[in-house]
Design a protein around this ligand. Structure first.
Ligand SMILES: [Ca+2]
Ligand SMILES: [Ca+2]
Ligand SMILES: [Ca+2]
Ligand SMILES: [Ca+2]
Length: 417
């Protein structure tokens, strides 16, 4: 995680380290001569060497580095310890080495860093505070603890953070469950692991935040739920692994944020009604506020795609020629977000030859003025977690879209037009 954790105006870098990690000043953490890489064992049934290069034993630490110099400022033992790899569900480290991480304002004032291990099976979240001198463990949530069994196996390949219950402190939306700011379980829907998730205020007529999630279990499909209680407001069951879901306000004739998934049978409004039929090649990877209107555009491969809500089809708007996107079928940019600091978002991508990064900025004028999204913690943390697992588009913790025009002058003090 990269974030200014102590409020001195400069970001720290917090990461899992191990024996032999070298900091930005050349200093070695732990035992410089350790080498825990597995030599591997020959598996005749597969005719190949298994586990070669994997790290299944050895010490693990958590280190905070100065973002300015790369110097290791403090190192503690990693929580939770790996222990026996097989206790996590397999012998090859696939289950024990599933990591997520986030930043969260757990006390409502200071950012903590939360390191998370395990999501297909045992699930552990450990929160740490950095005061400029010491990394201190705030709490540990462990699905192995009595009463926490329903939280095992619920995590996604990504996570979201926000104050979902309105007490001023952040919760962690960990796939199909949520962990309260105090490290206790808030709820679990027991719908299990998924590949994509969205947390925002979907429905201006409904209080609080909502979550749109998709599930891998070939049973629960796609779900739209109340982020604070886990109450499922809409479910589109499916007997397939629903690997993608997307949420964006793309149609001004239906209030709120629209949602769809790999098996949602079309685009849905916040009431769950199908407002456009299932289409081939509906973009479901990333979203971006790019053109001048308040609707959101789609970002998929090296293209920005606009939904034509009158004719119910997706139309390419911009192509970033000479660039490549990342993560195979997920087609992620290096980063997408409001980096310049107006409300519209930029797209950072790599050039085809991998020799440079390009930052694309919209050249389309807009009639709307708005505070930078970065001032809002849910949005800001949604950028801070972009390097965790499968990238998801940024989302703010408030409704943003064309319905704001109707709410003119009454919305959080923001001015429109
Ligand atoms: Ca700092
Ligand atoms: Ca809260
Ligand atoms: Ca809408
Ligand atoms: Ca737009």
């Amino acid at each position: 995680m990269v974030y200014d954790l102590d409020g001195d105006g400069k970001a720290e870098v917090v990461m899992r380290t191990a024996d032999g990690t070298i900091d930005g000043k050349g200093k070695v953490i732990g035992d410089a001569n350790a080498d825990y890489r597995e030599e591997g064992t020959f598996d005749p049934s597969r005719n190949q060497i298994m586990k070669q290069g994997r790290i299944l034993k050895g010490k693990e630490y958590l280190t905070v580095f100065s973002g300015d110099t790369g110097e290791a400022l403090h190192t503690i033992d990693y929580i939770p310890a790996r222990g026996n790899v097989t206790d996590w569900g397999d012998a090859k480290g696939n289950r024990s080495d599933r990591f997520l991480a986030c930043v969260a304002y757990l006390d409502g004032i200071h950012p903590s860093v939360v390191m998370c291990r395990g999501y297909y099976t045992r699930t552990v979240l450990a929160a740490f505070d950095w005061n400029g001198k010491e990394l201190k463990n705030r709490w540990v949530f462990d699905s192995n603890n009595p009463g926490c069994e329903n939280y095992a196996g619920q995590g996604n390949h990504n996570l979201r953070v926000g104050d979902v219950d309105g007490d001023g402190c952040d919760e962690i939306i960990y796939g199909s469950c949520a962990i309260d700011h105090n490290g206790k379980g808030l709820y679990s829907t027991r719908m299990g692991h998924g590949d994509a998730i969205h947390l925002t205020h979907f429905d201006p007529s409904r209080k609080g935040l909502q979550v749109w999630d998709c599930h891998e279990n070939k049973r629960d499909g796609s779900t739209y739920r109340d982020a604070a209680t886990g109450e499922v407001l809409l479910q589109i069951k499916s007997n397939t692994d629903v690997g993608r879901c997307m949420a964006a306000d793309i149609d001004p004739t239906h209030p709120g944020v629209e949602m769809w998934s790999g098996d949602s049978q079309g685009i849905r409004n916040v009431k769950g009604e199908v407002i456009a039929p299932k289409m081939r090649n509906t973009p479901t990877n990333m979203a971006v506020w790019w053109d001048g209107d308040l609707l959101r555009e789609m970002l998929d491969r090296n293209m920005i795609i606009k939904y034509d809500w009158e004719n119910k089809k997706f139309v390419p708007l911009v192509k970033f020629t000479g660039t490549l996107f990342n993560n195979g079928t997920k087609s992620n940019p290096c980063l997408q977000g409001d980096m310049i600091g107006d409300w519209r978002e930029e797209v950072l991508v790599r050039s085809e030859d991998n020799a440079s990064l390009r930052l694309y900025v919209s050249t389309i004028p807009t009639e709307y003025r708005f505070h930078t999204f970065l001032e809002e913690p849910i949005y800001r943390i949604s950028i801070a977690t972009q390097n965790v697992g499968y990238n998801q588009p940024t989302q703010p913790g408030f409704y943003f879209g064309p319905d704001l025009i109707k709410m003119k002058g009454t919305f959080r003090g923001y001015q429109f037009k």
